[in-house]
Design a binder for this molecule. Structure first.
Ligand code: FES
Length: 106
């Protein structure tokens, strides 16, 4: 998938969909769609964002994401530093909808 391509992401168990751009982190693409994947460091070390790919393939944007070999085999990813290579189903039970911004004051 070339950078800039858009793929469909499904978040389980909520069943929410959003479009993600290849080359951008899943956290960034989700946020642009009004969905928050909980994060802390956003650089692939703290593991606060850890979730699992149920279907599809991602690429980590850093060489050494904070995942063990076993976690990688189980499909665990760090979406703050992972970008989709295909359409995905990810398991992220702590994801939530971003609150609506307040209406502009007049
Ligand atoms: S937010 Fe820290 S590893 Fe993703």
């Amino acid at each position: 998938m070339s950078p800039g391509s858009v793929v469909d992401i499904v978040i389980e168990p909520q069943g929410w969909h959003f479009e993600a751009q290849c080359g951008l982190s899943l956290v960034e693409s989700a946020r642009a769609a009004g969905i928050v994947l909980p994060t802390s460091c956003r650089n692939g070390t703290c593991r606060a964002c850890l979730c699992r790919v149920l279907r599809g393939r991602v690429r980590h944007l850093i060489e050494w994401p904070g995942l063990s070999a076993e976690e990688k085999r189980e499909g665990c990813i760090l979406p703050c530093v992972a970008t989709p290579e295909t359409a995905l189903h990810i398991e992220a039970p702590k994801a939530f909808r971003a609150p609506e911004p307040p209406p502009p004051s007049t």
